[in-house]
Design a protein around this ligand. Structure first.
Ligand code: ZN
Length: 113
């Protein structure tokens, strides 16, 4: 039956479309979790392949400054724009007074646990 062939063809297309979308979504999330720009790596995945984009992400490693900023551990000094710890009261680069951006929390987890 032709109808069954059309349906099975559509299912194959749907399957591969889902796999491709999951690959691109995986690259985006891998970039985001490493502090890299998800849009740039989606473009790299489109231009080369998601696999090579992922290999590039692994080779580059995490962007520690961005990750620490996302976790609220680092902020930029308003006077000299260098990265300083969010709990610092004085910039170690230019010596200007800083206001800690969050209360001092003991422990390393998100809830201070
Ligand atoms: Zn400074």
């Amino acid at each position: 039956m032709i109808d069954e062939e059309i349906i099975s063809g559509l299912l194959v297309i749907l399957f591969y479309a889902t796999v491709i979308i999951l690959l691109f979504w995986g690259v985006r999330e891998a970039a985001r979790s490493r502090g890299r720009d998800p849009d740039s790596f989606t473009l790299i995945a489109l231009l080369i392949t998601p696999f090579i984009a992922y290999v590039i992400l692994v080779i580059m490693g995490p962007n520690k400054e961005v990750l620490e900023e996302q976790r609220g551990e680092r902020v930029r000094c308003p006077a000299c724009a260098e990265w300083v710890q969010s709990r610092a009261v004085k910039c170690r680069y230019c010596g200007s007074e800083l206001t800690p951006s969050r209360p001092v929390v003991t422990g390393s987890g998100p809830l201070g646990l």
